[in-house]
Ligand binder design. Structure first.
Ligand code: SF4
Ligand code: SF4
Length: 100
């Protein structure tokens, strides 16, 4: 079961690096991603915006698979800084899971 973590939501909102509020959930980013992984990046950002930290943490290997190629970003009509958002999530995971 997915649980909302309010402190995760608070950290995301306070962060200058993560910003997907303009996302319209259109799915273009996932359609052009060369990895063709269902989670990346549209669904992942949905999880984050809903505060579902456990869903983010359980998908750590996928988050590290992203190539940061920005193919998604170049095609996003809402100008979401997708690669920067992924970097933020990696840094969050590092702090949370590996105490980096
Ligand atoms: S292309 Fe942009 S607006 Fe569309 S789902 Fe992806 S991040 Fe959101
Ligand atoms: S930056 Fe990551 S999510 Fe975006 S297209 Fe490249 S591999 Fe896919």
């Amino acid at each position: 079961m997915a649980l909302v973590n309010p402190s995760f939501l608070q950290e995301v909102k306070a962060s200058k690096e993560f910003n997907a509020t303009a996302c319209m959930n259109c799915g273009v980013c996932s359609a052009v991603c060369p990895l063709e992984i269902d989670l990346l990046p549209r669904k992942l950002f949905r999880y984050v915006l809903l505060g579902l930290e456990d869903k983010v943490l359980e998908n750590t290997p996928v988050i590290y698979q992203c190539l940061l190629c920005k193919m998604c970003e170049a095609n996003c009509t809402a100008d979401v800084n997708i690669a920067e958002n992924i970097r933020f999530l990696r840094s969050y995971i590092g702090r949370k899971l590996y105490k980096l």
